[in-house]
Design a protein around this ligand. Structure first.
Ligand SMILES: Cc1cn([C@H]2C[C@H](O)[C@@H](COP(=O)(O)OP(=O)(O)O[C@H]3O[C@@H](C)C(=O)[C@@H](O)[C@H]3O)O2)c(=O)[nH]c1=O
Length: 182
């Protein structure tokens, strides 16, 4: 696997070795020892999966304080634009984002450490998204920042009218009003 640090400290793109033959392909999707050698200690405790149709935007989500989750995300079917926003107050890139296209074709993975908000937009007819997290789901600590927050200014490649979002995500708060990480 190739581990590449992005322009935001702690956020990584990981490209697996894909072995293709007459039957299809094989790849290692996560290898703890290698991950820890390249990025650092991790203890993933839960795997999540969601399916979404074209134009679905989920985000920008995070869990507050001690409930923060690191996430290792990838796409099994379809294509998404995945986005991580730095919410670490002491970080020189606070409020900045990094985005990457993840698809069943490029098989890229994206590692988002604790202290970030995360979201993705589905660019294919359908997408199956899967991710590991290193901290328990804590609904009481959930928070959502507006996908179109002016200060973050994410370039989403789909027109606003085409977006499909949850009520929770439509009612998200601005970054300036959000509880961030000390
Ligand atoms: C995230 C989560 C949700 N749920 C439940 C709550 C709810 O009834 C249903 C759907 O939840 P949501 O609408 O929050 O699902 P979704 O919008 O897909 O939320 C996810 O979005 C992406 C961008 C992330 O980064 C994730 O951490 C998570 O916040 O699933 C769990 O039971 N466990 C979980 O870990």
């Amino acid at each position: 696997m190739i581990y590449t640090q992005t322009e935001i400290d702690g956020v990584w793109v990981i490209e697996p070795n894909v072995f293709t033959d007459d039957r299809g392909y094989f790849m290692e999707a996560f290898k703890k020892e290698e991950f820890e050698k390249n990025i650092g200690e991790i203890n993933f405790i839960q795997d999540n999966e969601s399916k979404s149709c074209f134009g679905v935007l989920r985000g920008l989500h995070y869990q507050k304080g001690e409930f923060s989750q690191a996430k290792l995300v990838r796409v099994i079917k379809g294509k998404v634009l995945d986005v991580a926003v730095d919410l670490r107050q002491s970080s020189p890139t606070f409020g900045k984002y990094v985005s990457v296209e993840l698809s069943e074709d490029n098989k890229r993975m994206f590692f988002i450490p604790r202290g970030f908000a995360h979201g993705f937009l589905v660019l294919s007819e359908e997408a199956i998204f899967t991710y590991k997290v290193d901290n328990s789901y804590a609904p009481q600590a959930e928070a959502t920042i507006k996908y179109n927050d002016k200060d973050i200014n994410i370039e989403w490649p789909i027109a606003e009218e085409q977006l499909v979002m949850s009520v929770k995500d439509r009612q998200a708060v601005a970054l300036k009003d959000a509880e961030t990480y000390q």
